[in-house]
Design a protein around this ligand. Structure first.
Ligand code: PEP
Length: 255
């Protein structure tokens, strides 16, 4: 399958790291380091750094993302942030359904779908995370889990909505553990996800969908993972916090 009809997107997920002043320092290092990138680059920073990130990245090739959003427009949802608030802060992307949110904050397939639909309805790009637990892989049910998560996340989405969707395949056992999926495992899972999307929509939607791999991607394994036919970039945690490492990944994704 030809990769040229879809974008390669390298997105950093900073998680709960970097104060606003630390974010400013890292972004000032990143801007010149990756100005020649031949792929889309996004940094998903904590809410408190959105403002500084949007200001510094304006006019550069770096887009700014958030790590979550709420599905209601406004109201009594203490601690939550709406899509409209994110857009006004200069955000263009938002991670939805990261496994850490599913694991620690009660995120379910249903709320992932609500958040993703709200984000795309307002024009944000939703980076929807799916992935199996180690015990699910060992029990041989990886495809069942991916199928359930992808179908639930994309439920009630239209073909137009899909232009604002990226799926990140992130095997939970590979996130922040230093254990990476083999390039074959990553490639097969991303191919499987593309097949589900084709089943739900059609071949054109499937072909143009960006599917990232995420899970301990680093400068030494990135090239092989990104060379997989169905892997169109990465969602990067740890290695997005150091300008030199992130630059290496951007270089690998730019080939
Ligand atoms: C992530 O948080 O999405 C992630 C992939 O983390 P790491 O690269 O640290 O495994």
């Amino acid at each position: 399958m030809d990769k040229s009809n879809r974008a390669t997107v390298l997105a950093g997920n900073w998680k709960m790291n970097k104060t606003a002043s630390e974010a400013s320092e890292l972004i000032k290092e990143l801007i010149p380091a990756i100005e020649g990138a031949n792929c889309d680059v996004v940094i998903c920073v904590p809410y408190t750094s959105l403002d500084v990130a949007a200001r510094l990245c304006k006019g550069t090739n770096i887009s700014v993302g958030a790590q979550n959003c709420h599905y209601e427009e406004s109201g009594a949802f203490t601690g939550e942030v709406s899509v409209t608030m994110l857009i006004e802060s200069g955000v263009t992307h938002v991670i939805v359904g990261h496994s850490e949110r599913r694991q620690y904050f009660g995120e379910t397939d249903i709320t992932v779908n609500l958040r993703a639909r709200k984000a795309v309805s307002k024009g944000l790009i939703a980076i929807i995370c799916v992935g199996e637990l180690l015990e699910e892989r060992e029990a041989g049910i990886t495809e069942d889990v991916l199928s359930r998560q992808v179908k639930a996340a994309l439920s009630d989405m239209t073909q137009e909505d899909m232009e604002h969707v990226i799926i990140a395949y992130e095997p939970v056992w590979a996130i922040g553990t230093g254990k990476t999926a083999t390039s074959q495992q990553a490639g097969e899972a991303c191919r499987f996800i593309r097949g589900i999307v084709e089943e739900l929509f059609n071949a054109d939607v499937a072909k143009s969908l960006t599917i990232q791999y995420g899970g301990s991607m680093n400068p030494s394994n990135a090239e092989e993972l990104l060379a997989q036919e169905h892997v169109d970039g990465g969602l990067i945690g740890g290695a997005s916090l150091k300008a030199s490492d992130f630059k290496s990944l951007v270089d690998a994704a730019s080939k």
